[in-house]
Design a protein around this ligand. Structure first.
Ligand SMILES: CC(C)(COP(=O)(O)OP(=O)(O)OC[C@H]1O[C@@H](n2cnc3c(N)ncnc32)[C@H](O)[C@@H]1O)[C@@H](O)C(=O)NCCC(=O)NCCS
Ligand SMILES: Nc1ncnc2c1ncn2[C@@H]1O[C@H](COP(=O)(O)OP(=O)(O)OP(=O)(O)O)[C@@H](O)[C@H]1O
Length: 206
């Protein structure tokens, strides 16, 4: 039986940092952000629907969607965000389901679904266990501004478009505190996996 873990958090809380650690342990990670990018490439169904809703102004010269422009719109407008979600999320779900089926066929011990909006989008039915990567608001804001070179206002708009991280704590099976060092985060991850019956030895495929 494949154990399916849902890895979630908030924007810039450290999901990619944890998913890199998981990949280093040879665990397959399916990343919703990557699937969402693929789903809106030129020519895809979602691409066409986005242009129909948002107009050609959101395109770059090469015809691909200008993610910066679309982000500036949807992170400041709840209705438009819901419209975009309604177009993109079903495609992301389909793509993830296909990958889950493949991983199950390959008899993977564990697979991890990295889904930022796991709780907001009520996708927990896809997974057996959930891990929340938690940081406090101050750290989240600081790291998001630094990583994406955003102003305080831009960063706050993105954070406020998601369920507060503190509210996700009670919804998760395990919480990893990522306010500290990367090493401390790795230790907690190994601890959670070991509580669920996996250790370094049985994780690594020879
Ligand atoms: C708005 C878009 C174009 C911005 O692209 P950009 O390259 O700047 O950001 P990226 O896609 O890497 O997302 C970064 C983070 O933003 C947050 N985020 C993205 N979309 C949303 C959303 N609709 N609601 C809340 N948070 C979101 C997530 O934490 C995500 O990890 C893009 O995020 C998008 O198409 N979003 C809609 C699809 C979606 O919900 N993706 C998130 C997981 S399925
Ligand atoms: N423990 C840590 N100490 C210092 N910096 C960290 C730590 N964890 C993550 N970071 C940094 O914080 C930023 C956000 O981390 P990461 O990209 O892993 O978050 P994320 O949850 O995947 O973000 P998003 O969902 O927005 O893509 C990155 O610049 C990363 O290098």
């Amino acid at each position: 039986m494949t154990l399916i873990i849902g890895l979630t958090g908030g924007i810039a809380s450290g999901k990619s940092t944890v998913s890199t650690m998981l990949k280093e342990m040879d665990i397959q990670v399916i990343d919703a952000d990557i699937e969402a990018r693929l789903a809106v490439q030129k020519g895809e169904q979602a691409y066409k629907k986005i242009i129909a809703e948002f107009g050609e102004d959101i395109l770059m010269d090469n015809g691909e969607i200008d993610r910066k422009k679309l982000g500036a719109i949807i992170f400041h407008d709840e209705d438009k965000r819901q419209t975009l979600n309604g177009i993109v999320h079903p495609e992301v779900r389909k793509r993830m389901m296909t990958k889950i089926e493949e991983a199950k066929k390959n008899q993977e011990e564990i697979i991890v679904l990295d889904i930022p909006l796991l709780f907001e989008s009520k996708l927990t039915y896809l997974v057996d266990k959930t891990i929340l990567v938690y940081v406090d608001l101050e750290t989240q804001l600081k790291r998001l501004m630094a990583r994406n070179q955003l102003t305080v206002e831009e960063a706050k708009a993105r954070i406020n478009s998601q369920m507060p991280l503190v509210d996700k704590i009670r919804l998760a099976d395990a919480v990893i505190d990522n306010n500290g060092s990367i090493d401390y985060t790795r230790k907690q991850l190994l601890q959670v996996l070991s509580e669920w019956g996996f250790n370094k030895a049985n994780l690594r495929r020879e």
